[in-house]
Design a protein around this ligand. Sequence first.
Ligand SMILES: [Zn+2]
Length: 497
Amino acid sequence: MRPRLFALIIAISLLLSACSQRATPPAELPTPIAQFTRPPEKLPNPTLPTEPTNAPELELPAAPENRTMYDLDVTLDYAQHAVSVVQRVTYFNRTDTAMSELLLLVPPRYFAGAYFQGNISGDMLGQSREDGIQTMLSLEPALQPGASTQIQIIFTLTLPNRQGVFGWSNMQTNLVDWFPIIPPFDTASGWRVNERVVDATNTIVGEYIAAESADFNLRLRLTGSAQNLTIAASSEGIEQPGFVEYQLPLARSFSLSISDQFVTQEVQHQGVTIRTYVFPQHREAGQAIIEIATNALDMFAELFYPYPRQTLSLVAADFLHNMETDGMLLISKGVIDFYRDAPLNNLTILVPHEISHQWLYSLVGNDPAREPWLDEAFATYSEALYFERFQPDHLAWWWANRVEGFEPSGWVDSTTSIPGGYTAYRDAVYLNGAKFLQSLRELIGDDAFFAAAREFAFENTYQIVSETNFFSAIRMHSDADLDALLRQFFENPPSLN
Ligand SMILES: [Zn+2]
C-alpha cells in the first residue's frame, strides 16, 4: 500500500463510526489512531456461497395486518429552513385489551426550539400531557381490541442549523426522525421507548427509536425562494401538479435529504433503481458508490433475500458520520472526500455496512438501544463478508484496520448506556460483535451459519426481533455447544437448549 493512502485511511478512521452522530458538530476531525497493524489471530475462511440462485420469485412473510398508517402533508421552505406539516395517523389496537392511552414519540423535541406543536385532534382524544419527547394522549372512550382511531397532528419545524440527520447546513437539509410516531406497544411491557444517550464528549451513542413496520404516504410541497432543489427520499417521488407524492409501505420511518447542489447518477440493477446524490466535487466517487452498492445488493440477496423495494438512494451527507434510513443511506462527505480509486478506502467498508441495514434495521426491526448488536454486529461483519467476496486480498487488512487495531473489548450484548460512551459502545457492539459472529461461524460451520442468518432475516421480516429470535435461528441449523463462546462475548449469555 502506498504510504500516503495509508495515512489518509488512518486519518479518517474515526469516520468509520457508522450510525453514530454528535449532539453538536465536532470542532475538528477526530484524533488519528496510529497503531493498529496487529494482524487478526486467525483469518476467516473465504467461502461465502456464490452460486447463483434460481429461486422462485420472492415471497416474503405476510405483512402484519392493521398496521399503523402515517399520512403527511408537508410544506418545506428550504431557504427559511421551515417545515409545516399536517399529519394523520391511523392506529389500530392490535392487542386483546382496550387501550385508554396512546403515546406519541416526538424526536424533534430533543432539539431546543425546533418543534412547535399545533392542534392535535381526533374523535377519541381527551387530555394530553407532555414529558420530554413523549406526548401521552388519553382516549375517551378507550380503543377496543381490533378497532382503529385516527388522529391529526399539526406542527411546524424550525430546523436547527447543525450538520446532522436532522437540521440544515449550507449544503443540504436533512429530515430524519422528524415527525411524531407511535412506538411499539404490547400489553405485558407497555410502550417500548428509550432515552437518547449522549456521552461525556457530547457524542450521541447509537440510536434509541424502536419502530414498528408501518405504511407512509407523504406529499411534499416546496415553497419560498430556493431554486433547483433535488430531493432524495426513502422512496421514489411521483411528480404531481404542485407537489411530489411518495409512498412507502412496511417501513420504520420516512426520511428526506434535500439540496440545491446534489449531482445524481443512477443504474437499474435486478429491478432496483440505485441512485446516488453527491456534491459536485464527488462525481467520481458517486460512480464508485453505485458499483459497491450493486455488489452489496447482490451479496445481501444471497445472504438474506433480494432487496424488495424499487429504489435505494445513497446520499452524500454534510456531516462526519453515516446513517441508515429506510430506502436511503446517508454517507459522510468525510468518507467520500477521501475516496481514491482503490479497494482500500472507506466507501468499500461503509457502503456495504449501511446497505445491510436495509435488512437488519428496516425490514427486520430491533430495539437499537437495548439490543443494538442485533443489527450493528452483523452490519459490521457484513463489511468483512464484502471484502471476503469482492476484495479477498484485502480481507486481512479489513480485520487489522477495522477491528483488531482497536483491540476491542466489552460485551456484545451491551446497551447504548454502556459505561465509557460511544467508544466503548463501538468496541463492544460493532467490533467485538463482528469478532463474535466470526467465531460463531467458525464454530458451527459456514453452511449452518449462513442458513441461520438467512432464516433469521427472512422469518423475522416486518417484526421487531430479540436475541431469542437470533439464537432460535442458530439452533435450527446447529446443535453445537455454544456455552463457552457465549460466556466469552455476552454479559448475560442466553441459555440455549
Ligand atoms: Zn450500522
